[in-house]
Design a protein around this ligand. Structure first.
Ligand code: DAK
Length: 258
């Protein structure tokens, strides 16, 4: 019998839904799952029909972290090999916007995976945390970096050094996530947000994502320069002509991604 995919992919018009599919292991992120996820997202990046993706798990877990059973007998060499090339880097390099829809646990690598996405919509029942310290390790996919940039040193330090789990409301108050939704609607709300992004000019959405991410990586002057150049590039697109013409003609724009 063929094995079940570890990531399910469905297309719904201009958006795609990716569902992590290791429910019995609370979607623990083993090497195979991460590689499948990177491949699926790269395929969607090449797919002209799709403009924005939603990444989700299930009501119990978005992902409960890196696969502890796989890591428990991994040597440094095994870990380095699994990072060559790094699925985490491949996921972070996706051009089109990706929205995480978090239902239950987003712990360790699961929290980092959500933070690698561009926005996070969480159910009220979602739980975030970086519990690696309890395993004698530290976060390895952005938990000390993306989280710190999102919530500041004081809060990130506490989460990384104590492993304390937080609820969606607290994560929202900290500035870690975009939106908290009722448990019944969080996935629909994430899809709604994805459809709103997908209705915009695709190249502008991609360069907008890229430029916001640059704010994490550069000094202000370089970031502003990067933004200005990305802004100017968009003046050579058909979608800029369309967007401005539609405004003047008082109609809805039809963006084509050109
Ligand atoms: N790994 C493997 N299996 C896991 C798992 C995990 N992270 N989390 C849960 N499971 C499995 C459990 O072992 C159990 O399997 P069976 O015993 O039934 O075979 C099943 O999922 C259900 O879990 P529980 O029975 O524990 O369910 P509970 O409701 O009682 O508890 C829980 C749910 C989420 C509180 C608990 O499962 C838990 O604490 N899980 C571990 C959370 C955790 O410590 N996460 C951090 C893992 S370390 C890297 C980058 C990043 C990483 C690694 C490398 N590189 C760039 C190289 C990431 C590291 C981590 O995330």
């Amino acid at each position: 019998m063929p094995e079940e995919p570890l990531v399910l992919v469905e297309r719904e018009g201009r958006i795609a839904l990716l569902t992590l599919n290791r429910p019995k292991a609370l979607n623990a992120l083993n090497g195979a799952l991460l590689n499948e996820l990177a491949e699926a997202l790269e395929a969607l990046d090449r797919d002209d029909e799709v403009r924005c993706s939603v990444l989700t798990g299930n009501e119990r877990a978005f992902a409960a972290g890196g696969d502890i059973k796989q890591m428990s007998d991994s040597t440094v060499g095994d870990m380095v090999e699994r990072e060559s090339p790094s699925p985490w880097r491949r996921i972070a390099a996706i051009r089109k916007p990706v929205i995480a829809a978090v239902g239950g646990y987003a712990l360790g690598g699961g929290c980092e995976l959500a933070l690698t996405c561009d926005m996070i919509v969480a159910s009220e029942a979602a739980r975030f945390g970086q519990p690696e310290i309890d395993l004698g390790i530290i976060p390895g996919a952005g938990g000390t970096q993306r989280l710190t940039r999102a919530v500041g040193k004081a809060r990130a330090m506490e989460l990384v050094l104590t492993g304390r789990r937080i609820e969606a409301r607290e994560a929202y108050t900290m500035g870690m996530i975009t939106r908290v939704s009722p448990a019944e609607t969080y996935l629909d709300d994430a899809k709604e947000l994805a459809r709103a992004v997908a209705a915009k000019a695709p190249l502008a959405a991609q360069l907008g994502k890229d430029a916001v991410n640059k704010a994490y990586e550069t000094m202000l002057d370089q970031g502003l320069d990067y933004e200005r150049k990305s802004f100017l590039v968009l003046f050579s697109t058909e979608d800029k002509e369309e967007g401005m013409a539609a405004f003047t003609e008082k109609r809805k724009p039809e963006f084509r991604g050109r």
